[in-house]
Design a protein around this ligand. Structure first.
Ligand SMILES: [Zn+2]
Length: 296
């Protein structure tokens, strides 16, 4: 029988207990400082919180628009990889998980996208991960994409910039996903052997088999502020070594202090930084006209 308890008290309790929903299309809540941000402002700020500087995750499409000169680029069609070679299923079939991700992110999409264009005038190929697609996990398709990106860079004498955002190997592909680790190392080596720049921009998170393969061997390793970069999770390491890990462990700033990354660059400065580096690495150093030879 309805009384004041069900009519009045219960709804109040329900309202207090249920999390306040922030409308998804207009506002975002910063996971770091919990301030509510107007999505339009946040987009204008390249998805960086204007209160605390937290860098939100960015998809490949936004990365391409942000980094290529005048947002002009050509998206590269990637080779089709074998789908579900192990016929894997956990709570759901792997094919079903793939279908769901592709329904959300566009037909034929994967955890990585590749595009070519110019950065600061220098011909560049960017391979950027989409964390939203199965945690940016690396399976055969991602390995295939990185090989394609490397080949394209070598073919066009362009720089290769890889932007990982990944939980690691894709468990649904078992050993085949682990085989992408040496494979992507070989891909990066092709670019290095051609004496072209290979730059890695480590973004949150870069972990597992991705952190332990191509992402670790950039000629220059840049990281976005606050990005978690590491092989095993902090909790797993703590449980294994039975020791408390230092403050900020596996964060970009900690890794910079310990020589694991070369620079931590704010997103707003990333395009200019890449342009400057590519110029330094690609343009021939011209001697002043007054220079003379001094034979021994
Ligand atoms: Zn914030």
């Amino acid at each position: 029988m309805p009384n004041w308890l069900t009519n009045f008290v219960l709804p109040k309790i329900r309202a207090a207990v249920s999390r306040k929903e922030v409308p998804d299309n207009l506002w975002r809540q910063c996971p770091s400082c919990e301030q509510t941000l107007f999505l339009k402002d946040l987009t204008a700020d390249l998805m960086v919180c204007r209160h605390c500087g937290h860098h939100f995750r960015l998809g490949s499409a936004e990365r391409f628009k942000m980094l290529f000169d005048d947002a002009v680029f050509e998206k590269i069609e990637l080779p089709k990889a074998a789908v579900d070679p192990l016929k894997f299923r956990d709570r759901k079939r792997y094919t079903e998980r793939l279908r769901e991700s592709q329904a959300a992110m566009g037909a034929g999409s994967e955890a990585i996208a590749v595009a070519a264009g110019r950065i600061g005038g220098v011909g560049s190929v960017i391979a950027a991960f989409d964390f939203a697609f199965m945690g940016g996990s690396m399976g055969i398709a991602v390995g295939e994409a990185l090989v394609s990106a490397s080949r394209l860079a070598v073919e066009h004498q362009a720089a290769l910039i890889v932007i990982p955002s990944s939980g690691g190997a894709r468990m649904q592909e078992g050993i085949l996903s682990l085989m992408q680790m040496p494979r992507t190392i070989i891909a990066a080596d092709m670019v290095k052997e051609a004496r072209l720049p290979y730059i890695v921009v480590l973004t949150d998170p870069t972990t597992g088999g991705v952190a332990a393969s191509f992402a670790a061997i950039g000629d220059i390793a840049i990281a976005e502020p606050g990005a978690v970069v590491g092989f095993a999770g902090a909790r797993v390491i703590e449980e294994t070594i039975r020791e408390k890990l230092p403050e900020g462990f596996q964060r970009a700033e900690y890794l910079l202090e310990h020589g694991m990354v070369d620079m931590v660059v704010k997103r707003a400065e990333l395009t200019a930084t890449l342009a400057r580096l590519l110029k330094l690495l690609c343009e021939p150093v011209l001697l002043p006209a007054t220079a003379t030879a001094h034979p021994a």
